[in-house]
Design a protein around this ligand. Structure first.
Ligand code: FAD
Length: 419
């Protein structure tokens, strides 16, 4: 941060990005006032297990926390939980909380995350209709997550499918409704989508694809989902997983630039030099894509926290990692390195029938990303290559006479020669 170092830093949003940013700032030696304000009553925690092991009851709540609660105290981080920031006064550099209290800042980090989209259809507010974003969301649906309950999941993205797997593991009857002709259509290739469709079908999940919910039926409590063709899927509970909206209201109110995310430069700084935005709420230049993007991932939350903390502390920017993501469904671990936007070629290695294969994505013969299903070597190898700005030719990957490790060894040798 130019014009003298900040003495008072306020972070709005005690989620993954906000929690990481506070820890990074102290890690970089920031010794001034550091306040982390969160609307939820929980200290910063990891959301990924909410649709996986926490939902299926295999992980206790305290294992979700990013860091033990006492560390905030020890590091002099003021954690204000159950408090919502309702106003940013940019000229006077202070924020106002819902209770009326005001806190001054020299640097402000917006890490306000995203909110699940609701369905704009009749009955969407009925009891028994849930979204999955917070610990409290999971706790509220637990009573219905019992063997024999009939669950209808609307939306076959990663969260919907992970929830379907967790629900099946608990013995629920699960139907998934998706408007697109296949699951995961926004985020992966037809080949990988079809793999997950088959996987879930093998576990007894029923799919309604290319189908739209037009109303949620029942009395005070939901009893069924009506489709636009008039048919009805009876159920005891509905989980809506149709994506999220970035939480940008405060930024908009205070005149910051917002375009599906708070716009920042590559330092995560908004056009107000004292205000930064990171995580799900922000849109920044992504070198691998050559354009700005708003990413929704743990990797992006951590990366934003590192970048903003370094910028505020006038430190050199951190070395960036290639984007990564993962999804756990039944005994399948999908790991993703890179971003597959705009791919024009896909090469598969391995055997989908054995739940072990990788889909490599290329654009103009340059590697963009990999979806690796139970294939850690392909994931790690591709991540390293992307990080170094290197690529493997599609032909090299297509050559199944060579194990992937041998292909990587050759790539490393070529890279060493070139440097
Ligand atoms: P959040 O974690 O949403 O935190 C934002 C916080 O800000 C919230 O607590 C919110 O209440 C608070 N807030 C908002 N406005 C205010 C305000 N005005 N005042 C005070 N507080 C405010 N990513 C992966 O990489 N891999 C996965 O497998 C994966 N699985 C996921 C599963 C689920 C069920 C969910 C919900 C997400 C998953 N993600 C996964 C995505 C990942 O968790 C998010 O990208 C990440 O949590 C974003 O962090 P964030 O800090 O930007 O936002």
């Amino acid at each position: 941060m130019s014009e003298g170092k900040a003495q008072r830093i306020v972070i709005i949003g005690a989620g993954h990005a906000g929690g990481e940013a506070a820890a990074r700032l102290r890690g970089l030696g920031f010794s001034g006032d550091l306040t982390l304000i969160g609307e939820e009553r929980h200290p910063p925690y990891q959301r990924p297990p909410l649709s996986k092991k926490f939902l299926s009851g295999q992980l206790p709540l305290d294992r979700l926390l990013l860091r033990p609660l006492e560390l905030y105290n020890q590091e002099g981080i003021t954690l204000l939980l159950g408090e919502r920031v309702i106003w940013i006064d940019r000229p006077l550099k202070r924020v106002r909380l819902s209770g009326g209290r005001e806190i001054a800042y020299d640097a402000l980090i917006l890490a306000s995350g995203a909110k699940p989209r609701r369905l704009p259809i009749p009955g969407a507010e009925k009891a028994g209709v849930f979204v999955l974003r917070t610990i409290d969301d999971v706790e509220s649906m637990r009573p219905l997550f019992q063997a024999g309950s009939r669950l209808c999941i609307i939306g076959a993205g990663y969260i919907g499918l992970e929830a379907a797997a967790s629900a099946r593991q608990l013995g629920l009857d699960v139907q998934v409704l998706e408007a697109a002709p296949r699951p995961l259509s926004r985020v992966t290739s037809p080949q990988v989508a079809d793999f997950f469709l088959n996987l879930h079908a093998q576990h007894g999940v029923r799919f309604e694809l290319g189908a739209q919910a037009s109303a949620l039926l029942g009395g005070a409590r939901v009893e069924g989902v009506q489709l636009s063709d008039g048919s009805v899927l009876p159920c005891d509970a509905v989980l809506v997983g149709v994506g999220v909206k970035p939480e940008t209201e405060l930024a908009q109110q205070s005149g910051l630039a917002v375009e599906d995310g708070i716009l920042t430069d590559d330092q995560c700084r908004t056009f107000d030099p004292c205000i930064y935005a990171i995580g799900d709420c922000a849109r920044r230049p992504i070198p691998l894509l050559g354009r700005t993007a708003r990413l929704e991932s743990v990797h992006n939350a951590i990366e934003g926290a590192k970048i903003a903390a370094a910028a505020i502390m006038d430190q050199p920017p951190p070395v960036l990692e290639a984007p990564w993501f993962w999804s756990d469904q039944y005994d399948v671990k999908l790991t993703i390195a890179g971003l597959l936007d705009g791919y024009d070629e896909i090469v598969l290695r391995g055997d989908a029938a054995e739940n072990s294969f990788a889909a490599f994505y290329f654009k103009a013969k340059t590697m963009l990303a990999v979806d690796a299903i139970n294939r850690p070597a392909e994931y790690l190898g591709t991540k390293q290559l992307l990080q170094r700005g290197e690529s493997l030719a599609p032909e090299a990957i297509r050559d199944i006479s060579q194990p992937f490790k041998a292909i990587m060894a050759q790539a490393r040798a070529n890279s060493a020669k070139a440097h």
